[in-house]
Design a protein around this ligand. Structure first.
Ligand SMILES: Nc1ncnc2c1ncn2[C@@H]1O[C@H](COP(=O)(O)OP(=O)(O)OP(=O)(O)O)[C@@H](O)[C@H]1O
Ligand SMILES: [Mg+2]
Length: 262
C-alpha cells in the first residue's frame, strides 16, 4: 500500500481496563476512501479498538497515527477536530435535543476547525444538513421531534447523519446495523457505499457478516484482542474454518443474506 494513501495507521496497540488486558497487539491501516471492517464475537475487543483510536480508552502501548500525526494523548474533541467522527455503539444521540439540534451540534462545536480547512471533499461531495435530510427523509419529517421520540432505526439514521455533518475524512462506525430491521440494514449499507464514493473512509465494526462482506474492501477478524484473520471479503468467504471458529457461521446462506445476523 502506498504510504501517502494511508489515512489511519495503528501499530502494535495494547489496551487495558485497569488490570484487564483487552487489546493485545493490534495493527491495521485504513487507506483513503476505503471501508475496512472489523468482525468478531461479543466481548472480543471491537468497541475497545474504536475507543482506543478516539481517545476514550487510550492504549497503554503502541502507535495510532492519523495523516501522519499521533493521536496518542489527544482528547476526543481534538481528534474530532482533526477530521474523525464516531458513530458509537447503541446510537448515542442526544435524546433531550430535537432532531434539528442534534444535526446542528457538530457544526457549531467544530466551527473554525477541520470543517473549514478540509480540501479532501469537493463542494459537490460535501455533506450539508439538506443533503443529509435528503438521504434520510424520515428525519426531515421529524425535525422538531425530540430524539427520544424516534424509532431505533431513526435514531441510528440521526447518529450517522450527525457524524456526516462535520464532513469527516474518516468515520468510525460501531455496529451501525445493531437492532435494525432488514430494510434499514440495507439502507445503512447503501449509505456506507455512498460515503466511500464521496471520498470518506470508514472503519466499520459489525456483527452482520453479510453487510460487512457486501461493503468492505478489507476485513479483519478479532478474537481475544488479536487479529486472527485479515484479508478481502472474497478470501474470507473461502475460509469456512475461520467463519465457523470465529464467527459461528456454518453454511453459506448467511454470507449473502444481509437480513440474517450471523
Ligand atoms: N469499561 C470497561 N471496564 C472493564 N472492562 C471492560 C470495559 N468495557 C469492556 N470491557 C471488557 O473488555 C472486553 C472487550 O469488550 P468490548 O466492548 O471491546 O467488546 P466488543 O467486541 O465490542 O463486544 P460487543 O460485540 O458485545 O459489543 C470484554 O471482556 C469486556 O467485558
Ligand atoms: Mg462493542
Amino acid at each position: 500500500m502506498d504510504k501517502s494513501e494511508t489515512l489511519l495507521s495503528i501499530r502494535d496497540m495494547h489496551t487495558y481496563y485497569e488490570d484487564s488486558y483487552v487489546l493485545q497487539g493490534i495493527g491495521l491501516e485504513v487507506p483513503l476512501g476505503k471501508i475496512i471492517a472489523i468482525l468478531g464475537r461479543n466481548g472480543m475487543g471491537k468497541t475497545t479498538l474504536i475507543r482506543s483510536i478516539f481517545g476514550l480508552t487510550p492504549p497503554r502501548l503502541g502507535s495510532v497515527e492519523y495523516k501522519g500525526q499521533s493521536l496518542i494523548g489527544l482528547a476526543p474533541f481534538r481528534i474530532a477536530q482533526m477530521g474523525l467522527a464516531l458513530v458509537p455503539q447503541g446510537r448515542r444521540i442526544f435524546k433531550n435535543l430535537s432532531v434539528l439540534e442534534n444535526l446542528q451540534l457538530p457544526t457549531s462545536s467544530l466551527a473554525g476547525s477541520h470543517t473549514k480547512k478540509s480540501d479532501m471533499h469537493t463542494n459537490e461531495g460535501r455533506w450539508t444538513k439538506e443533503k443529509i435530510l435528503d438521504e434520510f427523509p424520515q428525519l426531515r419529517d421529524r425535525l422538531q421531534n425530540g430524539g427520544n421520540e424516534l424509532s431505533g432505526g431513526e435514531q441510528q439514521m440521526l447518529a450517522i447523519g450527525r457524524a456526516l455533518v462535520a464532513n469527516p475524512d474518516l468515520v468510525l462506525m460501531d455496529e451501525p446495523s445493531e437492532g435494525l430491521s432488514p430494510r434499514f440494514v440495507l439502507h445503512v449499507g447503501e449509505i456506507m457505499k455512498r460515503m466511500r464514493s464521496l471520498g470518506h473512509a470508514i472503519l466499520l465494526v459489525e456483527q452482520n457478516l453479510a453487510l460487512a462482506l457486501s461493503v468492505a474492501d478489507h476485513v479483519h477478524i478479532i478474537a481475544s484482542g488479536r487479529f486472527v484473520f485479515s484479508g478481502t471479503p472474497e478470501e474470507l468467504k473461502s475460509r469456512p474454518d475461520v467463519l465457523d471458529e470465529h464467527l459461528g457461521v456454518s453454511g453459506a446462506k448467511s454470507l449473502d443474506d444481509i437480513g440474517a445476523h450471523a
